[in-house]
Write a protein that binds this ligand. Structure first.
Ligand code: NAP
Length: 256
């Protein structure tokens, strides 16, 4: 039986892509889930499907992680139900726009900074105290290879993922003396709704990002997260960088 069996796993951004794939693998292995995202219809549907398929408990909280009060409300509700998350997967995030810095939209910048940095901080600040009190658990932050190397027109998205890298290191340091482990999973190109969101709903432009090579699949990222969370308690994998085989860096690709 896997170590996550019977544990509570909180996944932000569980309505699509990497978050939804995480929900599947953890539920399949007997974990109970706390799912978040803004699209309540998708949350409800994931909740029903996963309960039916895997016979696990699933709680859903539909809110915008840019609102600290909403994260606190969720934490309070979990506390009232005497649920302490064992694993927190800070996955919700986005790129919005891809422009030169002197042409970028302020609204895109604010969306990325408020979601990728502040949203991650808000959920962590609301949930981590319970985990510290319980003295066990795992925090998994979804960073990006965009947090290791800047690429043209990536500017603010890159900056937010560099911030996630720094915060992942900071969380790890601040958790010394506890049994809580902390890891950032940093994917390269992965085919999700990410590019559609980045290009403001332009499906054709988004599809081109994944043409001519095999990108990562959300299941690849979920498998890696599952592996990290299943490592023995004395093993703290602090960072995992995952590229598609056809992509060796932001600049080196094998596209047919
Ligand atoms: N795909 C890639 O190539 C790639 C590469 C490296 C890193 N990543 C990272 O992987 C993570 C997941 O992205 P993905 O690729 O799976 O993209 P995705 O399919 O677009 O999923 C993004 C998730 O984040 C949630 N989200 C976005 N803004 C939110 C907000 N303000 N409040 C609450 N939830 C919000 C979305 O839910 P709602 O819209 O329902 O709120 C959705 O569930 C992100 O942190 C992204 O930066 C992706």
């Amino acid at each position: 039986m896997s170590q996550v069996h019977g544990k509570w796993v909180l996944i932000t951004g569980a309505t699509s892509g990497n978050g939804r794939a995480c929900a599947e693998i953890f539920a399949k292995n007997g974990a109970n889930l706390i799912l978040t995202g803004r699209r309540s219809d998708r949350l409800e549907s994931a909740q029903n499907i996963l309960i039916e398929k895997y016979n696990v408990k699933v709680r859903a909280y539909s809110f915008d992680i840019r609102e600290f009060n909403e994260a606190v409300k969720m934490a309070n509700d979990l506390q009232s139900a005497e649920i302490i998350p064992d694993i927190l997967i800070n996955n919700a995030g986005l790129a919005s726009g891809k422009d030169k810095i002197y042409q970028g939209l302020i609204s895109d910048w604010e969306k990325m900074i408020d979601t990728n940095i502040k949203g991650l901080l808000y959920v962590t600040r609301a949930i981590l105290p319970m985990m510290v009190e319980n003295n066990e658990g795992h925090v998994v932050n979804i960073g990006s290879t965009a947090g290791h190397l800047v690429y043209p027109e990536g500017n603010v998205y890159n900056a937010t993922k560099y911030a996630v890298k720094a915060l992942n290191e900071a969380i790890n340091l601040d958790l010394v003396g506890t049994n809580i482990r902390c890891c950032s999973i940093d994917p390269g190109a992965c085919e999700t709704e990410f590019s559609e969101v980045r290009f403001h709903g332009d499906k054709n432009k988004a599809a081109k990002v994944y043409e001519g090579y095999q990108p990562l699949k959300p299941e690849d990222i979920a498998n890696a997260i599952f592996y990290v969370c299943n490592a023995p308690a004395h093993v703290n994998i602090t960072n995992m960088v995952i590229y598609p085989t056809a992509q060796r860096s932001a600049y080196v690709w094998d596209k047919k």
